[in-house]
Structures are given as C-alpha cells and as structure tokens.
Design a protein around this ligand. Structure first.
Ligand code: AMP
Length: 302
C-alpha cells in the first residue's frame, strides 16, 4: 500500500571524525523516502528551491518514489549544517537556513489523497494537520515525528495533531518533555491518553523501544565497527518502520515487531556512509540478511 511522507528535503553540510562534506542531499523526507522505498511505493510532499537540480532529483529516480508532491519555489533549498563530536554522541548544529522551507504550505496532488499510510515528518504541527485534512479517505495509519522546538512552542497544536495519530516516533528526551514524566513507561501511558496507540522511542546507539497497548518490544542498535555519519539515522529508522507496515498493509503485534527490526536495519545502513549514500545502493538481500542477524543478536533460551 502507498505511503505518504511530508517533511524536509535539504542540502546538508556535515562534519564527523571521518570526514567532511560541504553540500549533500539531506532532509528527513529524503532519508525516510529512500529507506521506505525498499518496501513500498512512497509519495513525497516537500519543498525545494531553484538550486535543486535535475541531478539532485536523480537520486530518487528508478525507485518507487513519487516526487509529484515536491514543490519547486523561487529561492534556496533548506540548508542545515552539523558537526559531530569525536565519539559522535554529541552534535552541534552550525546552521539552519530555512529558505523556501519557511513558506512551506504542504499541498497534496489529487492522486496522493487516497494514501493509506502517512508519515508526518518533523514540521509545524499545524502543517502536519493540514496534510491530514487534505486526505479524501481516512488513512489506515498515521505516524508522527516531532521535536523539542514544537513541543515547547506549539503544545496545543501538537496535541490536536496527536489526536489523529496512531504511532508516535520520538526520542527519549522528547518523550519526557512532551509528557513531563521522566519514567518512560509512565510517559507512554500519558502518550496513549493523547491519541497514539503505539509509542516508538528512538534511543540512538541504545536502539529503540516500542510500547504498544499492553506489550513492550525492544531492539538494539546494530553493532557496527564503523559509523561514518549518524545524520538521518532516526529518519531512516522511521522509513524502514513505516515502509514495512505499508508493505504488509495492516498492523498486528508481530508486524509491529518486525517493523522495529527493519527500522533498525535501515537506520544502521544509513550511518555507514555520509549523507544518504548508503541508502541509495542497498539490496533487499542485504536488508534481509541484516534482519536475520538481529534474530541471532537477540535470541536466547531460558
Ligand atoms: P536527524 O539526524 O534524524 O536529526 O536528521 C537530520 C536531517 O534533518 C538533516 O538531513 C537535516 O537536513 C534535517 N533537519 C535538520 N533540522 C531540521 C528542522 N528544523 N526541520 C526539518 N528538518 C531538519
């Protein structure tokens, strides 16, 4: 089933202990779409400037990624720059230039309005909600990402959008900030009162934790010998997770558990190279082989 994502498409400048790039394709929707497209057709809603060339777009070609919903506006594409510490656990944002992203008003092409699976990337909750309002049919599943900026500045709008969300995918700090609860289990109960039925807490190198109705499921981060660039790990996780759900076309406990594993698989591939590079040359065989390694990594007998 088709999956719609709304979010940023950007140019990033990145600096990690493994190197530096001045301008590479980035943005949450880019990572998400590339990761999800290994499982299901993806429809992208985003905005780019007139500096976004045919060559930049070509990265998405030849995959099941529909770019009809990517608006080209006069001006520059969103630009973000970040530097990682030696152990890569800390990231300093050096620049955020919203450019055309500042005037982004997501408009869905007619053909997108029947999407069954939706992922509302980290943007203004009012704009996230406007995407849902444009849907002709009620989507099967709505997933949402957000960040401290929106939790602090637009709490009422975020709450309203959460009422229409089934899966909330955020990190542990954001979970605590959103709910005012330090304990993540108690925080999950708060989240369920806000609307979502499933909370996926992304915990970087500590993996991810899912709380769904009355069960818990945890996956580790795949132990890699070398991480070149952690940018986009969370967005690639979300792409793998939602892409897998869209491929299955429905949700049950087992499907959600496998989606957690495929999310971790795509997140782990993303960080092996700079920017989106690794997500552009994966094979399903590699993806499935790594999913099987997760089985071995976590299996034990009692
Ligand atoms: P992550 O590593 O998951 O935080 O994702 C990093 C990606 O998010 C980069 O490619 C950036 O271009 C993009 N990004 C950074 N800041 C923002 C923002 N305020 N809104 C939307 N996207 C952003």
């Amino acid at each position: 089933m088709s999956l719609l994502v709304v979010g940023s498409v950007a140019f990033d400048a990145l600096e990690t202990p493994h190197g530096k790039v001045e301008r590479t394709l980035g943005g949450a929707a880019s990572y998400f779409a590339l990761a999800a497209s290994y499982f299901a057709p993806v429809r992208v809603v985003a905005i780019v400037g007139d500096d976004f060339s045919a060559k930049d777009k070509a990265v998405f070609h030849g995959r099941q990624i529909d770019l009809t919903g990517v608006e080209h506006a006069a001006g520059k594409t969103f630009f973000w720059s970040g530097r990682y510490s030696k152990n890569m656990n800390e990231r300093t944002t050096l620049a955020t230039e919203l450019n055309v992203f500042a005037n982004f008003r997501p408009t869905l092409p007619g053909a997108y309005c029947d999407s069954s699976f939706i992922f509302l990337g980290n943007i203004d909750p009012t704009l996230q909600r406007s995407v849902l309002k444009q849907m002709k049919c009620k989507p099967k599943v709505v997933g949402l990402d957000t960040m401290n900026y929106w939790i602090e500045r637009t709490p009422a709008e975020l709450r309203e959008t959460l009422r229409h969300t089934q899966i909330l995918m955020i990190n542990d700090d954001e979970t605590r900030q959103l709910t005012g609860e330090h304990n993540l289990m108690r925080a999950a109960k708060h989240v369920f009162k806000m609307g979502p039925r499933t909370l996926v807490i992304k915990r970087g190198e500590h993996g991810a934790l899912m709380v769904h109705n009355n069960f818990l499921f945890s996956v580790p981060a795949f132990p890699l010998e070398e991480v070149h660039d952690p940018t986009g790990a969370g967005d690639s996780f979300a792409g793998g997770f939602m892409g897998y759900l869209a491929r299955e076309g429905r949700i049950n406990d087992q499907i959600l558990r496998r989606a957690m594993v495929y999310g971790s698989v795509l997140g782990s591939f993303a960080v092996e190279r700079f920017g989106v590079e690794r997500l552009t040359n994966l094979t399903l065989r590699e993806i499935n082989a790594r999913a099987r390694r997760f089985l071995k990594l976590t299996a034990f007998k009692l």
